[in-house]
Design a protein around this ligand. Structure first.
Ligand SMILES: Nc1ncnc2c1ncn2[C@@H]1O[C@H](COP(=O)(O)OP(=O)(O)OP(=O)(O)O)[C@@H](O)[C@H]1O
Length: 291
């Protein structure tokens, strides 16, 4: 892709959610943030996941569940073009973000990743102070200047990530000395500091104990007032507890090549997925009879 016009997303109205709805109708219907149609992702010649049709709705938590290798992370990474960083990855189909084609040549992938932040499975703070972990991104992006404005941003981000009270007296200490749960909340604070629109979370609790997990889940509920969240989770209880909508992915084995390709089976309100799903395969998975 060409590094053309980084303002394409803004020029095209892709920040509409930050400005609020303009008519009564729009106010009634929650906006669609992402619309994926016929999404297929290849690694080289290997079709890893196919036929993904999904709308991601603003200020909701959408979870992706399904057996290992069904393509949950691969699809999540399409939403902020992280797959661009993998040479062999290729995306087919249509994916829009607030109506803008996310893969159009004029769209700047760096700007995409600022608006659509990501939190990874393993907390990955920079080997820097707690303060610098938050301040670094906005400083590099030129979003904040001067000590007082940076102090405010650091405090605000840590408060929103429910971490301020625990770290306010040791902001200059290394982030690597924090507990795993604190490190993950720091990574969430770091993602929030650049004022994204969406948070993508790839199994954010898989390395955490149940208490730290509960704190992240509480935090997600607080953050959804401001952000749209998509989470990949292996933990069905977590999907049931935290998300408004759930997408179930499955995997099929191609008898000729013996390759396993993921596909999206169903997306529905979470309650429906776990009580009366439309598809038998979903029912078998959520009742533990498959996968
Ligand atoms: N960088 C890559 N290069 C080649 N193949 C890949 C790459 N990343 C993932 N795959 C393959 O794509 C398929 C989907 O993987 P993905 O990690 O998206 O699945 P997942 O559902 O998130 O799995 P898990 O639950 O185990 O994390 C798998 O067959 C995987 O081996």
């Amino acid at each position: 892709m060409t590094e053309a016009d980084p303002t394409e997303l803004a020029d095209s109205g892709a920040v509409a959610t930050k400005q609020g709805p303009s008519t009564a109708d729009e106010a009634a219907a929650p906006a669609t943030v992402f619309e994926a149609r016929g999404l297929n992702v290849y690694y080289g010649d290997f079709l890893a996941v196919r036929d993904v049709d999904i709308d991601i709705v603003e200020h909701q938590i959408t979870s992706f569940i399904g057996p290992s290798g069904c393509g949950k992370t691969t699809i999540l990474r399409c939403f902020n073009r992280m797959n661009d960083l993998i040479d062999s990855a290729r995306v087919e189909g249509s994916l829009t973000y607030h109506g803008v084609d996310l893969y159009a040549s004029r769209v700047d992938a760096v700007e995409v990743r600022r608006r659509i932040g990501m939190v990874f499975q393993k907390p990955n703070p920079f080997p820097k102070s707690i303060y610098d972990n938050i301040a670094y991104g906005p400083r590099v992006a030129g979003k904040v200047k001067g000590k007082s404005a940076t102090d405010d941003l650091v405090e605000r981000s840590l408060r929103r990530a429910a971490l301020w009270d625990e770290v306010k007296d040791r902001l200059s200490a290394s982030a690597l000395g924090m507990s795993g749960g604190q490190q993950q909340r720091l990574c969430i604070a770091r993602a929030i500091a650049v004022e994204p629109d969406v948070l993508l979370m790839d199994e954010p609790c898989s390395a955490l104990d149940p208490i730290a997990t509960a704190r992240i889940e509480d935090l997600m509920q607080e953050l959804k007032d401001e952000y749209t969240i998509v989470i990949v989770t292996h933990n069905m209880q977590q999907a049931a507890r935290t998300s408004d909508r759930t997408a179930f992915f499955s995997v099929e084995v191609n008898p000729d090549s013996d390759q396993r390709t993921g596909l999206m089976v169903e997306v529905n309100p979470t309650e429906k997925i776990f009580s009366s799903p439309d598809d038998k395969r979903t029912e078998q998975y959520v009742t533990g009879r498959f996968g």
